[in-house]
Write a protein that binds this ligand. Structure first.
Ligand SMILES: C[C@](O)(C(=O)O)[C@H](CC(=O)O)C(=O)O
Ligand SMILES: [Mg+2]
Length: 310
């Protein structure tokens, strides 16, 4: 009931130890973008290791393109709502940090207070754009390294994972992107996110160039093929990210249902593919609230039945 039973600090420690001392089950951590806080219980229930709060999803949900229009307050509010619902570590897309070093420092503290386990900061210029679109621009390497250094300095919990993302591959090429990632690790990044890698060999090069965990972004309709978890684990990638997949899946289903309703005038034919009422109640642990209520407010009513259970 009320979902997360673990504290933010326990979740951060669990993520760190899974990254530092991989076991067979944690060699590749699979982070799934929660398009709504409700989806985290499904993600956890299916055995995935982490939840992601995607900038693309937060903006899309607000009906906005992913071009740096969302505010820190909006992202932090979503992050807190998501983190509340799950014992899994939550990784948050902090875009460019919402400004330069001083803003980045504040961003880190606000997100840390939201109960997340880690965040990533990228080296794009403000305003940023989706990493899989053309026409991206990056700030100089030193400026991006300062963002990372500021983030590391600002965190109060040393277990909060600070991940550096570089968008430079599409702008300056793979070698430059790798040099950047190395500089960000020197500035204190705990993990790296090389954006828009095109081949498994690209990942292999990043993995051998840095001694921190590497994330692979498996966003659909992007520039890169959808490598499998086994392929990524083989080249040493430690985190597989599916950032927007649940939103795309859910919205695909919504559109099909609306089409059916518009055409046939009934949703009867769609009901079999809907989440049932019982399953929805299971996901939000309705029964847990009932039990809690019954324990706290039990009282005898004149006919001998227990109150609130009758
Ligand atoms: C990972 C990402 O930063 C996100 O916001 O989820 C996006 C995903 C996308 O737009 O498909 C990205 O820039 O790759
Ligand atoms: Mg993003």
């Amino acid at each position: 009931m009320l979902h997360a039973a673990t504290t933010a600090s326990q979740k951060r420690q669990a993520l760190r130890s899974a990254l530092v001392q991989p076991t067979e089950g944690t060699a590749l951590l699979r982070f799934i973008g929660a398009f709504t806080p409700l989806s985290t219980s499904l993600v956890a229930g299916k055995g995935f290791e982490g939840v992601y709060v995607s900038g693309a999803v937060v903006s899309a949900e607000l009906g906005l393109p992913d071009i740096g229009l969302t505010t820190l307050t909006e992202v932090a509010a979503r992050a807190a709502q998501v983190a509340r619902t799950t014992d899994l570590p939550v990784l948050v897309d902090a875009d460019t940090g919402f400004g330069e070093p001083m803003n980045v420092a504040r961003t880190v503290q606000v997100l840390e207070d939201a109960g997340i386990a880690g965040l990533h900061l990228e080296d794009q210029v403000n305003p940023k754009r989706c990493g899989h679109l053309d026409g991206k621009q990056v700030v100089p390497r030193e400026v991006a390294a300062q963002r990372i250094a500021a983030a590391v300095r600002a965190r109060r919990d040393p277990d909060l994972l600070i991940m550096a993302r570089s968008d430079a591959r599409a702008v300056e090429g793979l070698d430059a992107a790798i040099e950047r990632l190395k500089a960000y690790v020197d500035a204190g990044a705990d993990a790296v996110f090389p954006e828009a890698m095109l081949t498994l060999a690209d990942y292999e090069r990043v993995v051998s160039a840095v001694d921190v965990p590497v994330l692979a972004n498996l966003t659909e309709f992007g520039k890169a093929p959808l490598f499998t978890h086994a392929q990524l684990a083989d080249v040493g990638v430690r985190i597989a990210l599916h950032p927007v997949s649940l939103l795309r899946t859910a919205m695909g289903a919504v559109e099909r249902a609306l089409d059916a309703l518009a055409t046939t005038g009934t949703l009867e034919g769609e009901v079999s593919s809907m989440l049932t009422r019982a399953r929805l109640y299971e996901l939000i642990d309705y029964a847990g609230y009932n039990d809690f209520d019954a324990d706290v407010f039990t009282f005898e009513v004149p006919d001998g039945k227990k109150g609130l259970q009758a």
